[in-house]
Design a protein around this ligand. Sequence first.
Ligand code: KIV
Ligand code: ZN
Length: 524
Amino acid sequence: MSINHPSFGKLDDSRVIIFDTTLRDGEQSPGFSMNLAEKLRMAEALAELGVDVIEAGFPIASPGDFESVQTIAQTVKGPVICGLARSGRADVIRAGEAVAPAERKRIHTFISTSALHMKYKLRMEPEAVLAAVTDSVTLARQYTDDVEWSAEDGSRTDPDFLCRCTEAAIAAGATTINIPDTVGYALPEDLARIFTMLRARVPGAERVIFSAHNHNDLGLAVANTIAAVRAGVRQIECTINGIGERAGNAALEEIVMALRTRPDAVACKPNIVTEKILKTSRLLSTITGFDVQPNKAIVGRNAFAHESGIHQDGVLKNAATYEIMTPESVGWTKSNLVMGKHSGRAAFRDKLRALGYGEIGDNQLNDAFRRFKDLADRKKVVYDEDISALVDDEVMRDHTRIRFVALDVHAGSRVKPTASLELEIDGEAHATTATGDGPVDATFIAIRQLFPHEATLRLFSVGAVTEGTDAQARVTVRLEEDGKLVDGQGADTDTIVAAARAYVHALNKLLVKRARTEPEALSA
Ligand code: KIV
Ligand code: ZN
């Protein structure tokens, strides 16, 4: 069986579409917000990874969201660019305008269909919901032939009503039907039953792609997604590192590798360049400041680490004894001594290309090279991870109002900690000296002196990029102002310098956030 899809043409039954919602459902979760430059960078990385659809945001949510969807639609080539809309006219029109510049565009419109949501959240009668399904999809089709309709809380919806809504959406022109497990309540067999039923009962079901969107409240999002694919679903909605509302969404890397590792059980192939998975996961961690847990499947630090003697012995004899996929297939390389203080700019540029930073601009290259030389002077061994941390740090700081220039700290058990700090603010150099209760405190006071602000420090966390006492520290700083939270990151062999960089990064993000209009309360 094959389907003729407006964006993908003829799709045979073994093809599964990867719909990435890192920039929408993922970005919606607390602490994971990204500014325009970060979203754009992430969208480019998703395109390189080979995702089929990027859900770039929720255009009606705020002018900032509209701008990021529109900019991604203008700039990112390859994937279909999608904007989310509730069923109201204003939402659909705004989504249509935001995705308009894309070569291939999709509007994703949704409404709740469960009795619980209709009664308490929407306060709408089922017949009014049904009419809204038809109206929203019909309007969306005026902007694009590629329209997705979702039944929010679909997994808890009465089966007959779900069939009626799906039928209405297909009749109005929807080309993808998504049934979310919005609250992460379903078990794999529930989803298999729902999709099997819809495909058997709904007129026109054979013309559309069915899609699964699973939340992870019971830790079942990936298992539920695989069950849905086995029941005929051919679009998977997922996020990098599984980020998303509450416990998150199904993790792209886990689903893709499950499909790739078990073709005997699920004969569906996603078009993902799996070797770029780790790099994309790390980029997201760098941007958001949240590392994945060490035992996270595929991308966690321990995902391919063998500690016990018995396992190590087996792996040395034949890796397949304890590895069901190769680390290289998802982008892990052996951490090796890459470069030293005598390495030149050309070698550094080559290294960056090998690490996947081909597109880095000359200014960023110069800054990163200067910092690499400095690092090579201070650190015995420079690993690939060190270089990635340093370049990510530079790239994140592009187009910012406040730039870190230099910091000297005097601290110890007998002196009052003192920080002498230099920042560039809107292109002008500013310097000050401050004392505090500790070197970090003195540094943060100095930043406040140079750039006065009211934000409160909510989180200060330090991790190491690699191992050893000479490892670079990666610091995360969370600031809060008027209920808005932002996270900043910084990396350096000197923990206090990393802290200053992280604080300045957070401050820059806050300035971007201040400029954005506060989104109205939306449910999605
Ligand atoms: O979880 C959900 O129901 C959603 C929809 C908007 C697709 O995110
Ligand atoms: Zn969701």
